[in-house]
Design a protein around this ligand. Sequence first.
Ligand code: IMP
Ligand code: MG
Length: 180
Amino acid sequence: MERIKLHDKCFRVFIPYEKIEESIKAVARQLNDDYKEVENPLFLSVLNGSFMFAADLMKFLNFGCEISFIKLSSYSGVESTGEIKQIIGLNQPLKGRSVIIIEDIVDTGATIVELHKILMNAGVKDIKICTLLLKPDAYKKDLKINYAALQIPNDFIVGYGLDYNELGRQYKDIYVLDNN
Ligand code: IMP
Ligand code: MG
């Protein structure tokens, strides 16, 4: 579908699935190389937005690892509220582990900074950040984004896990707000 309507807004295709998959494979190759000697790393997928990315990424990994999920909130409508709450907690031992955070998108960075703090407090040994999308013009935090499959301008996007007020997560392509 070239164009979709979600609630009151129209969106057009921005990144087709073929390009998304290609960029995920490139990230998986880097991870396969970087983690081949690491003891049982834990991928932590940030719900809801990263479920599709996490599922696709895992299929291309060839080292022993675990995956778990955490749910935080920061977004309402099309703008970040800047306030983060932990909703679903972590329930496996984290002390001394290597953790890779899986995000759908890093925008202001408020979410990953908060999650980073939570993981540091839990005694995690090493934390890396792996995101499908990065908005470099919006990101002003100091934390290093270790793996970013795609970089995009400061536009609002949906699809491939990302939503506009909970709609649009199921589409395999990524769409951008269409103002025409
Ligand atoms: P941050 O805390 O400002 O970095 O925002 C991160 C979260 O906001 C992401 O995990 C997404 O769930 C959501 N988000 C940021 N930008 C967009 C967007 O363009 N479309 C949909 N959700 C977004
Ligand atoms: Mg998210």
